[in-house]
Design a protein around this ligand. Structure first.
Ligand code: A3P
Length: 369
């Protein structure tokens, strides 16, 4: 514009005027091309940074050790936009809303959306379920809900739309996973999971039921100062002759009884049993099996783990949430109280026939003492 004013004000011959006009047009053309390039490149980098931010946000949220976190925290924290809306329910997918940043992702052919889980960690409580989840979610193709959603046991009446809203955003090719250990022991859950999706893959971590019971007791005692001794609770009438099978920590260890409900609905080929003992001794081996079972490339290997002698458990060199070496939270890997050896022996005797039944049903001998 300035150039044309300048041209206009000068009293030049028509030849000079023509030259000036050509110069003006050329300048305008170059200025337009330059601006167009600049805007295109800014827009491209904005789109990429939005995608990165979205995935980082999602990874950070799912990586919190949220065993005790309120469920609402997960559902809202994982929503990059508080106005996220459900697009459809029929296909089990909820797309993100029409906000500009998601429109940009869509233009790039990337559609982050919430899906109902393909895979569930259904139990067993205090067998290493959190370790399993933390280890498998190191895989870039696995996304998991951070806290226990308890949909199939406590919130079933809220419906699948509610459930899906508690799932993390995924992009095509990623597996959606959820862990709620109480699913394994809740009678109605197998049928409910089957109705959601009969092809759901189920992961079950199991450990010696005696150690599991002590771990369960230790957790309860950590929340209640005046808790009776383990030996007083595990047996009826204070002697070691009758095991109290109604006491939760003992009851949950009768794995065969619960498994029978699950195999009414799911073939064994859809269930993977993970040894809680081996998950501690050789996490890479167990995670290798899990990756094969889920049809994933073996990305999580021994390189991801180191043994922390102070904690006495395997820990991670880094995860999506933290780039420095770290272990699971202090509620995982507690010191157990001393339990009378006779009480332990009596419990082993009690569990033996149930363990054998479990080995028979699964086809795996876990060799518990
Ligand atoms: P303890 O705390 O009694 O030792 P869950 O996550 O299902 O509640 O299981 C908790 C148990 O996971 C812990 O019980 C611990 O033995 C076991 N575990 C397995 N791998 C672990 C790890 N890498 N770090 C801490 N605990 C682990």
């Amino acid at each position: 514009m300035y150039v044309s004013i300048w041209c206009h004000n000068l009293n030049l011959s028509s030849r000079s005027l023509a030259i000036a006009l050509v110069v003006c047009v050329t300048l305008v053309y170059f200025s337009y091309s330059f601006n167009a390039c600049l805007f295109a490149s800014i827009s491209r980098s904005l789109q990429q940074s939005n995608l990165r931010n979205l995935l980082t946000l999602q990874r950070r949220n799912v990586s919190k050790d949220a065993d005790t976190a309120p469920e609402a925290t997960t559902s809202t924290a994982m929503m990059p936009n508080s106005t996220a809306s459900v697009a459809s329910i029929g296909n089990g997918i909820a797309s993100v809303d029409g906000a500009p940043k998601y429109q940009m992702l869509r233009q790039q052919g990337l559609r982050p959306s919430r899906h109902l889980p393909d895979t569930l960690i259904i139990g067993v409580k205090k067998s290493g379920t959190r370790a399993l989840l933390e280890f498998i979610r190191l895989h870039p193709d696995v996304r998991a809900a951070g806290s226990e959603v308890h949909f199939f046991d406590r919130h079933y009446q809220r419906g699948l739309r509610w459930y899906r809203h508690h799932m993390p955003y995924t992009i095509e090719g990623q597996i959606t996973m959820e862990k709620t250990p109480s699913y394994f022991v809740t009678k109605e859950v197998p049928q409910r999971v089957y109705h959601m999706n009969p092809a759901t893959k189920l992961l079950i971590v199991v450990r010696d039921p005696v150690t599991r019971a002590i771990s369960d007791y230790t957790q309860a005692a950590s929340k209640k100062a005046d808790m009776k001794r383990f030996e007083q609770l595990a047996f009826v009438n204070g002697s070691y002759s009758v095991v109290d099978t109604n006491w939760g920590p003992v009851k949950i260890g009768v794995y065969a009884r619960y498994l029978e409900h699950w195999i009414l609905y799911f073939p064994l080929s859809q269930l993977l049993f993970i040894s809680g003992e081996r998950l501690i001794m050789d996490p890479a081996y167990e995670i290798g099996r899990v990756q094969d079972f889920l049809g994933l490339k073996r990305v999580v290997t021994e390189k991801h783990f180191y043994f922390n002698a102070t904690k006495g458990f395997p820990c991670l060199f880094k995860s999506e949430a933290r780039s420095t070496p770290h272990c699971l939270g202090k509620t995982k890997g507690r010191n157990h109280p001393h339990i009378d050896a006779n009480a332990i022996e009596r419990l082993r005797e009690f569990y033996r026939p149930f363990n054998n039944k479990f080995y028979q049903l699964t086809g795996i001998n876990f060799a518990w003492p």
